[in-house]
Design a protein around this ligand. Structure first.
Ligand SMILES: [Zn+2]
Length: 401
């Protein structure tokens, strides 16, 4: 079965050998053929091959589906009051994570699954076709495994983040970071391993220090997981250097970087994943995307969707922030939100629409991708294809299962 999408006003392929030869590989008045869920042909509408079915895009823009490489969707409760307090001047310390941990532990499987389904659907409706989902609000062996099991019902990109924060405790039985790190690296990792692709740690003052972060990541790698890290979010620290040393696929946040950190990222295969929704929602200074891009580092954009510091599932919103607040060009921002995200997940089948790519496509009610940043807050994504299939969720309103 082949499907032809024709009369695409502007097609972003992310294949520089196509179209205008720019990194976005733009083709005007384009068409695209999908076969067996993959891109089989791209070119001009004037010379399309035969196909079993046709869809008229009516001049809309087609982009690769967004790759959101950093989210925390498995949780219960919300922290709107904490957000309001922050907007009234209270600082963000990360301590509110424990509030979400308590609500998550108390929630039923059904409640957690329903929450993830709602957020997953929200993201999909805004063009996200690949999403990474972390655990990290359970912080017991059973609750971390449960979080990963539920995350795995929605994505293959599951991340074990038992080392999100040190759980609260009391008296002599209370946790300290070293004892909790031992649990994460031992029993918890062994139980989580079958349900996760990635290992992650929050390397930050007040969370896990350099030695504990190294212990978590090396234990994960030894168990067969791939490493990524929360690095340099609230303070300058060792996270980025550790990411490069351990060949992490991605160092996420990168808000407080030294020139040596920028240089290290630029000279490595570690992607710098920027999460501007977090700076927006905590009213903090944005990362220096220009320094990273100008040095030659690969940059990804992701939502960090979580109830505390960035409660948005919208990649277009993050893309607009990147352009307006971090002086990325609209082309750099779109590339980072698609191809960059794919590199942050070490994926070659998504994040582009070259021949052979998975046919993950978002159609925009706009004449150009430029409108994603030019028209912030406006829902431009009209249609989403995942693996060549028109997203049923968007058509019939049923949550995914
Ligand atoms: Zn995060």
């Amino acid at each position: 079965m082949s499907l032809l999408i024709e009369h695409i006003g502007e097609l972003v392929t992310n294949d520089p050998t196509r179209g205008d030869g720019s990194p976005l590989g733009l083709i005007r008045d384009a068409a695209l053929v999908i076969e067996d869920g993959h891109v089989a042909w791209v070119g001009s509408t004037t010379s399309v091959p035969a196909a079993d079915e046709r869809i008229d895009a009516g001049g809309r823009t087609a982009i690769p589906g967004f790759v959101d490489s950093h989210s925390h969707l498995v949780f219960a409760g919300d922290r709107a009051a904490e957000f309001a307090a922050r907007m009234a001047g209270a600082p963000y310390t990360g301590g509110g994570i424990r509030t979400t941990v308590a609500a998550t532990r108390a929630a039923s499987d059904t409640k957690l699954r329903t929450n993830v389904a709602r957020l997953h659907r929200e993201a999909l409706s805004q063009g996200t076709t690949t999403i990474e989902i972390k655990s990290g609000y359970g912080l017991t062996v059973d609750d971390e495994v449960r979080s990963l099991r539920i995350a795995g019902e929605f994505t293959s990109e599951t991340t074990f983040l038992g080392a999100h924060t040190v759980p609260a405790g009391s008296g002599a039985d209370g946790w300290n970071a070293d004892r909790y790190t031992e649990l994460v690296c031992g029993e918890m990792l062994a139980a989580a391993r079958p349900y996760a692709r990635w290992i992650d740690v929050f390397c930050e003052r007040g969370a896990f220090d350099e030695a504990q972060s190294r212990a978590v990541l090396t234990a994960g790698i030894k168990a067969g997981l791939l490493p990524r890290i929360h690095a340099n979010q609230l303070t300058a620290g060792a996270g980025v250097q550790l990411a490069v040393e351990l060949d992490c696929a991605s160092a996420d946040h990168c808000t407080h970087l030294s020139p040596a950190d920028v240089e290290a990222l630029a000279g490595s295969a570690t992607v710098a994943t920027l999460l501007p929704g977090a700076e927006f929602s905590t009213r903090s200074p944005y990362p220096d995307a220009r320094a990273l891009l100008d040095a030659g580092a690969t940059v990804a954009l992701a939502t960090d969707c979580n109830p505390g510091s960035s409660y948005t599932s919208s990649m277009p919103f993050c893309l607009a922030l990147a352009v307006r607040e971090m002086t990325m060009t609209p082309a750099e921002a779109l590339s980072s939100a698609t191809a960059g995200g794919a590199r942050a997940l070490r994926r070659t089948d998504v994040g582009h629409l070259g021949i052979g790519a998975r046919a993950d496509i978002a159609l925009l009610d706009a004449p150009s991708y430029l409108h994603l940043a030019y028209r912030p807050g406006v829902k431009l994504v009209s249609t989403v294809f995942v693996g060549g299939l028109l997203s049923k969720e968007l058509l019939d309103g049923e949550p995914s299962s």
